[in-house]
Design a protein around this ligand. Sequence first.
Ligand SMILES: O=c1ccn([C@H]2C[C@H](O)[C@@H](COP(=O)(O)OP(=O)(O)OP(=O)(O)O)O2)c(=O)[nH]1
Length: 151
Amino acid sequence: MHKIDVKILDPRIGNEFPLPEYATPGSAGMDLRACMDAPLLLAPGQTELLPTGIAIHIADPGICATILPRSGLGHKHGIVLGNLVGLIDSDYQGQLMVSVWNRSDEEFIIQPGDRIAQMVILPVIQAKFSIVDEFDSSDRGQGGFGSSGRN
Ligand SMILES: O=c1ccn([C@H]2C[C@H](O)[C@@H](COP(=O)(O)OP(=O)(O)OP(=O)(O)O)O2)c(=O)[nH]1
């Protein structure tokens, strides 16, 4: 298990609200909690940036974190992310923030401590461009966007 430094910025984390953790041994993501002071009513179409009460410093440039919607919230209630996917750089040390977007046509209330999104830690490969005039030939060439047909 990889270790990542975490700072607890909101004293409710680790007490009233647990530190993000994997729910089962096979979980890929750990849920992030909304750490605002009061309930938040998200009107249809509204987007808000919510604090999570923690900061992480991944440090290793070969690792990043992604913030993804929770399936149930997204599918049943239309609560997804304003940035669709959040990408946390390995050198970011600020508070983890979650942009919540109510894409439904109904109001949704988020309570402090609610699990609003999930974070997945992923490997990253950093690449450097090498300028060429021609690529080595490949089977696909420039074909894309449906070039192989529909089925
Ligand atoms: O959902 C998110 C997305 C990003 N971040 C933090 C971590 C990330 O490392 C930093 C910058 O994110 P990004 O590079 O995507 O933002 P930007 O809009 O390009 O801003 P910047 O100019 O700060 O890079 O913001 C979050 O806390 N939550």
